[in-house]
Write a protein that binds this ligand. Structure first.
Ligand code: P1T
Length: 380
């Protein structure tokens, strides 16, 4: 099956008891057993659920992996990955990443004796020199949030293999429509399903996908033992959203390109961060590992002050001021005060995340309406 067909069919079959074409929402906390241990493969709602199973099969297929596990949030999925580590282990992570991931690493897991270092992974050859005998995980986010840096997944995976260090890629910004990290050598893929995959801003959920059976079994144990599992209704919503992932992503990419080129040409704009621009420092890597460039864009103003950013945010109308991304509707965010407020200012500035940086999640509305809105908000 090819990708577009997989979004609609992979892992799914009509319900055997009724013929229902849509996967039923199995809203049940437990399952009746004939005798102790004599059951149909389902014992308790935290452990197994048929709606969740269908979604997990579908996600595994989309990422060309053997196994997938779903979590109640994207952070729940990341939390499960770090719980495979032990005190004394070290993690090397991208220096630009979602603020909530940074907060989970530094504010929660460091106190359990796991050490995190945040480095510039855009130059893959530099990563190797930071690996020690204690390094157990390379945490990659690409494109990064919110600076849109691109990390060479194949190069990092090769380094991981050479040093027997696990490589996990947060593929949230790209979605499996644009890139498949497992095909490039990564061990594990993480998604915030909240974003492009569900696509309608109506659910919060996460997933992990791998082809490594031992890793899958360990993660599955943690999924059940720690309990951050999603409800069946949310699994249904994600499954429904996935059926249009390919058509939505195509439009996100088209609109993203138009907005990025519009901003690049606008006299009030200083820098535009979008990996599809030939001027983007990692454009060649993006071209190599992604099938298109997506709809996430950040930019700064020539007059790079908080006042300029606030004036712009006050005037913009169609782009809604909100956290999150990847839904059909366009969103605008101010990372310094919203999604990345948990990262110390000096750390943010080191990575170019200025106080006035604006992040756009370009939706799938008519592009003329989006450009007109940006035009009026950038006047004066
Ligand atoms: O929100 P949640 O489903 O728990 O996913 C966390 C997460 C993980 N990884 C990346 C790259 C993310 O962007 C996120 C969530 N991000 C936002 C809410 C945001 O507005 O950037």
């Amino acid at each position: 099956m090819r990708f577009n067909t997989k979004t609609i069919h992979a892992g799914l079959a009509p319900d055997p008891s009724t013929g229902a074409i849509m996967t039923p929402i199995f809203q049940t906390s437990t399952y009746v057993q004939n005798a102790p241990g004599d059951h149909k493969g389902y014992e308790y709602g935290r452990t197994q659920n048929p709606t969740r199973d269908a979604l997990q099969k579908n996600l595994a297929a989309l990422e060309n992996g053997k196994y997938a596990l779903c979590y109640s949030t994207g952070l729940g999925a990341i939390d499960a990955v770090i719980k495979t580590l032990n005190p004394g282990d070290e993690v090397l992570s991208t220096n630009d990443l979602y603020g909530g991931t940074y907060r989970l690493f530094v504010k929660v897991f460091e106190k359990y004796g796991i050490k995190f270092s945040f480095i510039n992974m855009s130059n893959a050859s530099e990563v190797e020199q930071h690996i020690t005998s204690k390094t157990k995980l390379l945490w990659v986010e690409t494109p990064t949030n919110p600076m849109m840096n691109i990390i060479d997944i194949a190069a990092i995976s090769e380094i991981g293999k050479k040093h027997h260090v696990l490589v996990c890629v947060d593929n949230t910004f790209a979605s499996p429509y644009l890139q498949n990290p497992l095909d490039l050598g990564a061990d594990l893929v993480m998604h915030s399903l909240t974003k492009y995959i569900s696509g309608h801003s109506d659910v919060v959920m996460g997933a992990l996908i791998t082809s490594n059976e031992k890793l899958h079994e360990e993660l599955k144990f943690i999924q059940n033992a720690t309990g951050a599992t999603p409800g069946p209704q949310d699994c249904f919503l994600v499954l429904r959203g996935i059926k249009t992932l390919h058509v939505r992503m195509q439009r996100h990419c088209e609109n993203g390109a138009a907005v990025a080129h519009f901003l690049t040409a606008h006299p009030a704009i200083d820098k535009v961060y979008w990996c599809g621009l030939t001027s983007h420092p990692n454009h060649e890597i993006a071209k190599k590992q992604m099938r298109d460039f997506g709809g996430m864009i950040s930019f700064t103003f020539k007059n790079d002050t908080m006042e300029t950013a606030l004036a712009f945010l006050k005037k913009i109308e169609l782009f809604a001021l909100a956290e999150s991304l990847g839904g059909v509707e366009s969103l605008v965010g101010h990372p310094a005060s919203m999604t990345h407020a948990s990262i110390p200012r000096e750390e943010r500035l080191k990575n170019g995340l200025t106080d006035a940086l604006i992040r756009l999640s370009v939706g799938i509305e008519d592009i003329e309406d989006l450009l007109e809105d940006l035009q009026q908000a950038l006047k004066n």
